[in-house]
Design a protein around this ligand. Structure first.
Ligand code: FE
Ligand code: FE
Length: 298
C-alpha cells in the first residue's frame, strides 16, 4: 500500500460496503417513480441535503472516495486491472471468496454476499423478467472481488460518477470534491470536460469501482441491457438524479430505462426472508452455465 493511501479504510473494513448500501436506502427510501405513472406519489422536488444525516464512518468513506477518484487514478486502475490477467475463476468461486472475505468481519452474519445476490435475482424472477435479467441480479456485485486484491473500500464501492468533467452537485456530499486534485485542472471543470457533448457513456471514464470492473469481466457474454445494469448500477447521479445527460447518446438514454428497472431489486430486497439456498442452487447453477464459461478472466 503506498504512502498516499496511509490511513485510508482498508479491506478489513468490509462492513463499510454494507454501510454504504444502508446509506443508499436512507437516501432513496422509495423506488423511483416510473415516467408517466401518475398513480404513485411524486417525489418532493424541494432540495434535500442527503449528506446531513450521514453517519460519521460513512461520511469519511464518501470523503475518501470523492478526494481520491481522479482521472489519473481511474486510468491507473484501468491499466492495472483491465488486461484481466490477474486471475481465472468462475462465478461460484468468486461468490464463495467474497463471502469469506466480507463475512470474516462478523461471524454472526450469514453469508451476506450470496444472500444479496440470490435475493436480488429471486425478486427479478418472481416478477417474470427474462432469464438474463435474473442472472444479472445474481452476479451484479461480483466486481467486489476487487477487495480480495487489496483495494480500499472507496475504490470498490460507493456511488460512481464521471471523472474528467465537472462533478455534479447531485452526487452525495459534493462538498468533499473540493479536495479532489482534479478541481485544479481547468479542462475538467466544464460540464463536458474532456469529452464531446453526446459522446456516449462508453467514452467516459467513470470513477473506479465494482461496476466497471465486472462489466469488463462478463459484459461480452450478456445482452446490452444487462451490460448497462452491471456497468451503471451505482451511478445514482444519473439513474436517480437525471444528471450527466450531456454526455449520453441515444443508446444510453434508452438503456438507462433498464438501469432504472434494475435498481429497486438491488436496493429494496434486502429485508425479505433469507432465500433457501440449497433449494435454489441447482436453478442458478444451470442459469450461470447457460450464459457464462466455467472460468472467467479477472
Ligand atoms: Fe453494487
Ligand atoms: Fe447490489
Amino acid at each position: 500500500m503506498d504512502a498516499g493511501r496511509a490511513g485510508d479504510l482498508q479491506p478489513a473494513d468490509a462492513a463499510i460496503g454494507d454501510a454504504w448500501e444502508e446509506d443508499l436506502l436512507r437516501r432513496y427510501p422509495e423506488p423511483a417513480v416510473a415516467e408517466g405513472d401518475s398513480t404513485k406519489p411524486q417525489p418532493d422536488d424541494s432540495f434535500r441535503d442527503y449528506g446531513e444525516d450521514t453517519r460519521d464512518g460513512v461520511r469519511e468513506f464518501y470523503r475518501q472516495n470523492h478526494v481520491h477518484q481522479t482521472v489519473a487514478f481511474v486510468r491507473s486502475m484501468r491499466e492495472k486491472y483491465l488486461p484481466l490477467r490477474r486471475q481465472r475463476m468462475g462465478v461460484w468461486e468468486a461468490i464463495e471468496r467474497l463471502n469469506e472475505l466480507v463475512d470474516d468481519s462478523d461471524p454472526d452474519t450469514e453469508a451476506t454476499q450470496i444472500v444479496h445476490a440470490v435475493q436480488t435475482a429471486e425478486a427479478i424472477r418472481a416478477d417474470g423478467h427474462p432469464d438474463w435479467f435474473v442472472l444479472t441480479g445474481l452476479i451484479h456485485d461480483l466486481g467486489k472481488v476487487l477487495c480480495l486484491f487489496g483495494e480500499p473500500q472507496w475504490a470498490v464501492v460507493g456511488d460512481t460518477f464521471p471523472v474528467g468533467c465537472a462533478f455534479s452537485d447531485k452526487i452525495v456530499l459534493p462538498e468533499y470534491f473540493a479536495e479532489n486534485p482534479d478541481r485544479a485542472v481547468p479542462e475538467y471543470q466544464t460540464s463536458c470536460g474532456i469529452y464531446d457533448e453526446g459522446c456516449g457513456l462508453d467514452q467516459v471514464l467513470m470513477s473506479w469501482g465494482h461496476d466497471e470492473y465486472l462489466y469488463q469481466v462478463v459484459g461480452r457474454y450478456l445482452p446490452v441491457p444487462a451490460q448497462y445494469m452491471i456497468r451503471y448500477h451505482s451511478f445514482y447521479a444519473a439513474h436517480r438524479e437525471g444528471e450527466y445527460s450531456q454526455l449520453m447518446n441515444e443508446t444510453d438514454r434508452e438503456m438507462f430505462g433498464w438501469v432504472r428497472a434494475f435498481n429497486p431489486y438491488d436496493l429494496y430486497t434486502k429485508h425479505e426472508n433469507p432465500p433457501d439456498l440449497d433449494r435454489l442452487l441447482p436453478y442458478y447453477q444451470e442459469l450461470v452455465a447457460r450464459y457464462l464459461p466455467d472460468t472467467l478472466d479477472w
